[in-house]
Design a protein around this ligand. Structure first.
Ligand SMILES: Cc1ncc(COP(=O)(O)O)c(C=O)c1O
Length: 410
């Protein structure tokens, strides 16, 4: 089993045009900012343009083909998330705009003095839209990270905020994994607490998306957003909403649009080529399991990445002068994805990442759009952290090259 699994991952690089072109001259360690796409995704996008670049909803065959493609993709995404129905899947431009749309559609349902809980661990995309409800008298409260450098969200912190809210907390927005430090959040436990207190739960799964199976039933949340381009697909966004939770929203829509989900939430023309590409990305992922099960394939990715994450944390931790932010224990792979934030003593992060870039190693420096977290870790968001973010197509040899390069910098 282990042998089969690793051989699948050894061969996947051949399926990515950018990885073929890069050979061993470039290392893609900036996947959290956007992953590469396999051939079938690029082919599906191209096929849309060359074979059926027409508007949906017409009576002619090509237009019907576009309608069918959209319906198939909705179905595939619903099963990827284990949603109850494709009608719970809303397409959009990206995750940020879908989070904004959800917050604005919830606004009419909220009253002065209601509260929303946002976290210090999140990307600002899942904070700002909820904070803006303040102009309607809604009070935002922060679930803060504790534990010094570890950037952990403790459940007692949430329980305290819910108790203090005394029934006024209407929504808890939280991430499934941090895009800055790679920490995984126990969303299922948080959702149980939030629901006991009568609050809805909104999950930002953008960073977790490429790293493992997502089961919205097991998470027990009400809404969840993710982005195609982080998960080997095109630049499109997706929102899952539990059918009854979607019914609580009041979307802005033109009078002729259907009033029900998902159509009421999909303004204007969608990216048909992007949606076709996303369906192809899910087919690619499913192909990583011998029996073609997407769920099992994602579980395989999770197991494979645990080894990568452990090697990465171990190797970085051994470089003199490297300080890891977030979990620095190579053994605690259950609590992280292979995204690691660090600083190198005596160097700014921009200098480190520039030097890595000059050698062909793609990484990222700065606040990772999580400046509140970076500040909570005791750092200046201006220089922030160095971040390397791996996914299933990365190799242990690339980690060794990174560690060697950092050692030489010191
Ligand atoms: C955790 C997280 N949430 C939200 C976003 C924003 O996603 P999008 O670009 O699809 O709006 C990102 C993008 O990096 C992210 O990492």
């Amino acid at each position: 089993m282990a042998t089969t699994s690793s051989s699948v991952f050894e061969r996947v690089r051949e399926r990515f045009p950018a990885l073929r072109a890069a050979g061993d001259r470039e290392v893609f360690f900036d996947n959290a900012a956007g992953a590469q796409v396999p051939d079938e995704v690029a082919d599906a996008v191209r096929a849309h343009y060359t074979e059926r670049n027409v508007q949906r909803g017409g009576h002619y065959a090509l237009s019907r083909a576009v309608d069918e493609g959209i319906a198939d993709a909705r179905h595939a995404i619903a099963s990827f998330l284990n949603a109850s129905s494709p009608r719970e899947i809303v397409f959009g431009l990206n995750a940020t705009s879908l989070i904004r749309m959800t917050a604005e559609a919830l606004r009419p349902r909220l009253k002065r003095g209601d509260r929303v809980v946002v976290t210090e661990l999140d990307h600002e995309s899942n904070i700002g839209p909820w904070l803006r409800l303040e102009s309607s008298g809604v009070e935002p409260v922060f679930w803060r990270v504790g534990g010094g450098d570890a950037g952990r969200l403790d459940l007692e912190g949430l329980a305290g905020l819910l108790r203090a809210g005394a029934g006024r907390v209407r929504l808890v927005a939280l991430p499934l994994a941090s895009n800055a430090i790679g920490r995984i959040v126990d969303v299922a436990a948080a959702a149980r607490l939030a629901h006991e207190a009568g609050a809805l739960v909104f999950v930002d799964a953008v960073h977790y998306g490429p790293h493992g199976p997502i089961d919205v039933q097991a998470l027990g949340a009400d809404f969840l957003a993710f982005s195609g381009y982080k998960i080997f697909g095109p630049h499109v966004g997706f929102l899952w909403g539990r059918a009854d939770a979607l019914r609580t929203l009041e979307p802005a829509r033109e009078f002729f649009l259907p009033g029900e989900a998902p159509y009421a939430f999909e303004a204007g023309t969608q990216s048909y080529e992007g949606i076709a590409g996303m369906a192809a990305a899910l087919r690619y992922l499913a192909s990583l399991d011998g029996s073609g099960s997407l769920r099992r394939a994602m579980a395989r990715i999770r197991a494979h990445e645990a080894e990568l994450a452990s090697t990465l944390v171990l190797e970085l931790g051994r470089v003199p002068g490297v300080h890891i932010y977030g979990d620095a224990d190579p053994a605690s792979v259950d609590e992280r994805v292979p995204t690691v934030a660090f600083r190198l003593e005596g160097r700014t992060c921009s200098a480190v990442v520039e030097m890595l870039a000059a050698l062909g190693i793609h990484a990222r420096d700065g606040h990772m759009y999580a400046p509140r977290l970076v500040r909570a870790l005791g750092l200046d968001p201006e220089d922030g952290v160095c971040r390397v973010s791996l996914c299933h197509y990365n190799l242990p040899a690339e980690i060794a090259w990174l560690a060697e390069t950092l050692r030489a910098m010191k």
